[in-house]
Design a protein around this ligand. Structure first.
Ligand code: UDX
Length: 437
C-alpha cells in the first residue's frame, strides 16, 4: 500500500521504517527540514536500537522516503498516519493539541478523495470525533504502545493492535496495512473512537499507577524498616500482580507517562468523572525525586545537612537506560535541584550527554563514569545503565573522595557495596540491604 507517516519523532520515524519493513511504500513527513534531511540521509536523530539499520535498508530498497511537503504526501497516500506529539500545555495539565490539529488540517486539505486519516498520537478522549466532524475525510484511531528502546520490536510484534473505527472500510484498510502483523497472530481489538483513545491513556495510567504503588510501598518500608525489593519480588510471584513495573526507585519520567497521566486526569475532570488517584500517583512519583535529594543531603551531613560545595556525581541523565531521551528525566531533575542548592554536580550518561548539555548547560559533565566519580563526596545512581550496574564497588572506592552512594534505581547490590566499605542508601531499603535473609 502507499502510506504516509506525518511527524517523524520517536513514534513516527519508527512507524515509517516499520511500515516499509512490512512491504509498504512509505513517505515520512515533517515540518522540521533538518530532521527530514537527516532521516533521508539514513541518520536517526535519536538513540533507538535497530532503527538506523531498518531506516537505511528501506531508503536503499526505495520503499521509504522523506519530505516536508504535505502536497506530495497527499497526492501519494492511501492511508495517512498522524504521529505528531501531544506535549503538556504550558498553562495547564491538558495536552497541547496544536500539532495534531495542524497535521490533520494540512493532510485533510491535500488528501485524495477516499484516503483514510489515522491518528496514532495519544490524545484526550473526544479528539477523534472532533477531527472527524471538522474534516470531510474518513478518520480512524490506532493508538501506539511502543516503549523507547524497544520501539522497532514493539511496532513489528506488538502485544495487540487497537483499531478505533466507524466504518467497515476503515477497518478493512487498517487490516490490509497490518496484514503481516495480524497474520502472525497478534490480537486485534476493534472499538469506537472514545474507547480506542481511552485504551492508550488507561494503559499508561495503569503502568504509572503500578510504579507509584511500589514507590509508595518504598515510602512505608523506609519508615517501617522493610525492604521494598524483597516485597516486590514476593508480591510479583502472584500472577494476578506480576513482577513487571514493580521496580521501586526515583520514579517514572520520559515523554509519555508523566504528561499522559496529567492530561488524562485533566480530561476526566473536564468530563465530570475525576480520577483523583492519578493526582496521587503523580505526587508519589515527584516525592521520590525529593527523597533522593534528601538522602544526598543526609549523606553530605554538613552543618544543617547542606550540600553547599559538596562534589556530587550523578550516574545517568536519560529517563531510563538504553535511551538518550531526557524529557522529564528524574536524574536531571535531581541533579539540577542539588546544583541550585550549591552542590558541585557532575553528570555522566553513556548516550544522553548531548541532550543533557543542551537542556541543562550549567551542570557539570564528565566523559566517563570514572571521571564523574573522581573525588566525589556522594554518588547518585539514577539511571540503571548496564555499565553502572557492572561497576565494581571495591575498585570504584578508590576513585571517590568519600564512599557514599544512593542507588535511586534499586539496581545495585547493597550487600556488595556495603562490604566494600560504602555507606549505601537505597530507596525503600535498609542501609546495607539487610532486608534479604
Ligand atoms: C511508556 C509505556 O511503557 C509505553 O507503552 C507507552 O507507549 C509510552 O510510555 P516509555 O516512556 O518508553 O514507554 O518508558 P517505560 O519503559 O514504560 O518506562 C517509563 C518510566 O518508568 C521510566 O522512567 C522507567 O525508569 C520507569 N520505571 C519503569 C520504573 O521506575 N519502575 C519500573 O518498574 C518500570
Amino acid at each position: 500500500m502507499r502510506l504516509t507517516v506525518i511527524g517523524t519523532g520517536y513514534l513516527g520515524a519508527t512507524h515509517a521504517a516499520c511500515m516499509a519493513e512490512l512491504g509498504h511504500e512509505v513517505i515520512g513527513v515533517d515540518v522540521d527540514a533538518d530532521k527530514i534531511a537527516a532521516l533521508g540521509a539514513g541518520r536517526v536523530p535519536f538513540h533507538e536500537p535497530g532503527l538506523g539499520e531498518l531506516l537505511r535498508r528501506h531508503l536503499d530498497s526505495g520503499r521509504l522516503r522523506f519530505t516536508t511537503s504535505y502536497e506530495e504526501a497527499g497526492a501519494f497516500g492511501e492511508v495517512h498516519f498522524v504521529c505528531v506529539g501531544t506535549p503538556q500545555s504550558r498553562r495547564s495539565d491538558a495536552a497541547d493539541l496544536r500539532y495534531v490539529d495542524a497535521a490533520f488540517a494540512a493532510i485533510a486539505r491535500h488528501a485524495e478523495p477516499g484516503a483514510l486519516l489515522v491518528g496514532k498520537s495519544t490524545v484526550p478522549v473526544g479528539t477523534a470525533r472532533r477531527l472527524a466532524d471538522a474534516h470531510p475525510v474518513d478518520v480512524a484511531w490506532n493508538p501506539e504502545f511502543l516503549r523507547e528502546g524497544f520501539a522497532v520490536q514493539d511496532t513489528l510484534r506488538p502485544d495487540r493492535l487497537v483499531f478505533g473505527v466507524e466504518s467497515a472500510r476503515a477497518e478493512e484498510l487498517l487490516r490490509e496495512v497490518y496484514a503481516p502483523v495480524l497474520g502472525a497472530g497478534t490480537p486485534l481489538v476493534t472499538a469506537d473512537f472514545p474507547t480506542a483513545e481511552l485504551v492508550k491513556t488507561a494503559a499508561n495510567a495503569f503502568l504509572a499507577t503500578k510504579i507509584s504503588f511500589i514507590n509508595a510501598m518504598a515510602e512505608v518500608c523506609e519508615v517501617a524498616g522493610g525492604d521494598v525489593s524483597v516485597l516486590a519480588e514476593a508480591i510479583g510471584h502472584d500472577d494476578r500482580i506480576g513482577p513487571k513495573f514493580l521496580r521501586a526507585g526515583v520514579g517514572f519520567g520520559g515523554g509519555c507517562l508523566p504528561k499522559d497521566i496529567r492530561a488524562f486526569a485533566h480530561r476526566a475532570e473536564e468530563l465530570g468523572a475525576p480520577l483523583a488517584f492519578l493526582r496521587e500517583v503523580d505526587a508519589i512519583n515527584m516525592r521520590r525525586r525529593e527523597r533522593v535529594v534528601e538522602l544526598a543531603r543526609e549523606l553530605c551531613g554538613g552543618p544543617g545537612r547542606s550540600v553547599m560545595g559538596a562534589r556530587i556525581a550523578v550516574l545517568g541523565a536519560a529517563f531510563k537506560p538504553d535511551s538518550d531521551d531526557i524529557r522529564d528525566s528524574p536524574a536531571l531533575n535531581v541533579a539540577a535541584r542539588l546544583q541550585l542548592d550549591g552542590a558541585d554536580v557532575t553528570v555522566y550518561d553513556p548516550e544522553a550527554m548531548d541532550n543533557a548539555r543542551k537542556a541543562f548547560p550549567l551542570l557539570g559533565y564528565a566523559l566517563s563514569a570514572r571521571e564523574a566519580l573522581h573525588r566525589a563526596d556522594v554518588v547518585l545512581h539514577l539511571t540503571e545503565w548496564a555499565e553502572f550496574r557492572a561497576l565494581d564497588p571495591a575498585q570504584v572506592r578508590h576513585w571517590v573522595s568519600r564512599p557514599r552512594i544512593v542507588d535511586g534505581r534499586g539496581a545495585l547490590d547493597p550487600a556488595a557495596w556495603a562490604a566494600s566499605g560504602w555507606d549505601f542508601r537505597g530507596l525503600g531499603r535498609p542501609p546495607g540491604g539487610e532486608g534479604k535473609r
